[in-house]
Design a protein around this ligand. Structure first.
Ligand SMILES: [Zn+2]
Length: 253
């Protein structure tokens, strides 16, 4: 039974990953996500369905467009691999018929495109970050969750107010934007999903990973880095680890 569920989640995940690749390409370019159908970003030729099979097509075509030989970026393959892995990981952590599986699967399905779009373009599309806020509150409202509706509302409110205050203080002090609006919406949404207790850990871990990445990989230090990418990564890891429940059990709280 478990094997069948894993196979089904793998198929669903690769299909979703394929859709996320469309989002990752089109949302930052403000293109429609439905029309036109899949096409090569270089030569514009439509990609027929038999060449649009997740993972398999990429490998068979050697990561190149069939018509113009333009390289298809490796992240396409990565997205189609990690999406099913995350779904299977959440299933193993929470079980299939639990609210928590559904809750964190939905959260991850928004965070995967956010991870890549912020990494490539340093923006977090509002079309992805804003719907996550009511979704988190909806899951808090339903029975069987890990964070109650009051806690979710208070957590999201506190994180939002704190970040807005921080953004204004930074702007006053440095005359430049420190925290982007997209980061504020994203962290507000995640606070609704995780509750307040998890937030210091999530923010610190994301910041730490971001700083390590910045110091090692970013040559041009005057450039900022995509904080949303690290927030998304940390939040999905947090859900995979079942850390919301673990944090509540810490002895000093
Ligand atoms: Zn092409």
């Amino acid at each position: 039974m478990i094997a069948i569920i894993i196979i089904l989640l793998a198929v669903l995940g690769t299909a979703l990953g394929s859709f996320f690749n469309v989002l990752i390409y089109r949302l930052p370019r403000k293109e429609s996500i439905i029309f036109p159908l899949s096409h090569c970003g270089e030569c514009g030729k439509a990609i027929p369905p038999y060449l649009n099979i997740p993972i398999i097509s990429y490998i068979m075509l050697g990561g190149k467009c069939k018509y113009c030989q333009a390289r298809i970026h490796w992240h396409h393959l990565l997205v189609e691999i990690i999406t099913p892995l995350i779904l299977i990981g959440l299933f193993l952590q929470y079980g299939l018929f639990s609210l928590l599986f559904l809750k964190y699967a939905v959260m991850a399905m928004f965070l995967i495109p956010i991870f890549f779009i912020d990494a490539f373009h340093q923006i977090i599309p509002h079309k992805l970050s804003l719907p996550l806020i009511p979704l988190g509150l909806l899951f808090a409202f339903l029975p069987g969750g890990d964070v109650g509706i009051i806690e979710a509302l208070v957590s999201a409110g506190i994180i939002f107010a704190f970040l807005v205050f921080l953004a204004y203080a930074y702007r006053l002090a440095k005359k430049a934007d420190g925290i982007g609006g997209g980061d504020i919406w994203l962290l507000t949404a995640i606070a609704g999903f995780f509750g307040l207790l998890s937030m210091p850990y999530v923010v610190l871990m994301a910041a730490l990973l971001g700083i390590i990445y910045f110091l090692i990989f970013v040559r041009d230090k005057s450039k900022g880095f995509a904080f949303g990418t690290f927030i998304a990564f940390t939040a999905v890891s947090w859900a995979l680890l079942g850390a919301v429940k673990l944090v509540e059990k810490l002895p000093f709280l």
